[in-house]
Ligand binder design. Sequence first.
Ligand code: MN
Length: 418
Amino acid sequence: MRVLHTSDWHLGRILYKEPRAQDHDTVLQEIIAIARTDKPDLIVHSGDLFDHARPSYPDQERALLVLQELETVAPVVVLRGNHDSAYLFRLFATAAGPHSRIHYIDSPRDPKNGGVLRFPGPDDTVLRLAVLPFVHANRHLDMLADPDRWQSAYTERIGAMERELADELFRDFDPHREIAMFAAHLHLNGSNLARSERKAHIADYYATDTAHIPEVSYAAFGHIHKPQPLPGKVTGCYAGSPIQLDFGELGETKSVVLVDAEPGRPAQITLRELSGGRQLRRFHGTLDELRSQATLIGRDLCHITIRTDAPDLTLSEQVRTIIPDATVLEVITDCPGQKLPILSPDPETAGTEPSMPALFDDYLSAHGSKTVTADAVSRVFADIWSCLEEERPFLMPEEHTLTQPLSANPSLPTEENL
Ligand SMILES: [Mn+2]
């Protein structure tokens, strides 16, 4: 039997205010074409269909239209990932009705009651698929337990669920006729994180143990966005996201997994590379260097840092003219005058609380200024601060350029008699 495994679409993802809908549309058509050509007997989506729990109507429609296209090829199983809403999954299942070939797995199921699905294949073969969507620690664990034990408690809890699923998966199993697979949305200890999966707590609290995975022909995992084989001894893959979702996935080639499994034989795994969706690119250099790479950059989604000697307010505009086909997400200026040098702390004031201007200078050292030099910004801030402390009115330096000629010329109305 042949299975097509995809994952982590994250429909609705926005990168630096740039919606990824057009990238999704391209790559999802590519996945539909692969399904039609390779004719799997089952399609597994291992979670994170959406980027957030309340996706927009257009993104919901996008998901449903693609899943319905896939359903014309083979039954589709969709697991809820940590970004998906269980409620929305239940709603989709209700709307699809009891006879739909799309199976939405919104929450962990009793192994004896829906936790193991059966799909008949050619020549009397049967594929048994155990399903484990994302499990929230706080919904399935006793939160009053010692916080230091949360992680190991989570790992153990998932391990117990996996053992129960394995028991049912292999109960009265006929190895001459049946194939066992497992689909889950989990973080496995030892896998290679991309960064866009969702911050560190996932890795810390939600790590699970590869040793607990049922010994199946193939394990279809979701959650990690970098396509990769599973760590540990069970054959399986993180299918990964179909597009580069953020700069943690820079340079990654994306794919879906085709799995060919026969009873009693190890599964054959083939990756089908995906080329749809714009690539991400980071550029750091001068405008001239950017010019020389313009053709190479093409339509990429770019984060641009331009090195200049002096602040230049037209940089953004120039960048957009040099690479008109690219989507420019952000232009950063790398200009020596726009950052303050980092000073070593004054030993006399060590231990005392730093002043507000000193803290602001620290900020300028780290982040720089946007338009004028950091030095000028620092001086203006220090002036404002001393005026506030001494309860004096404050005039911006630019205002002096107006008031000085006024006071110097007695024939003009002064501030008082205006
Ligand atoms: Mn994900």
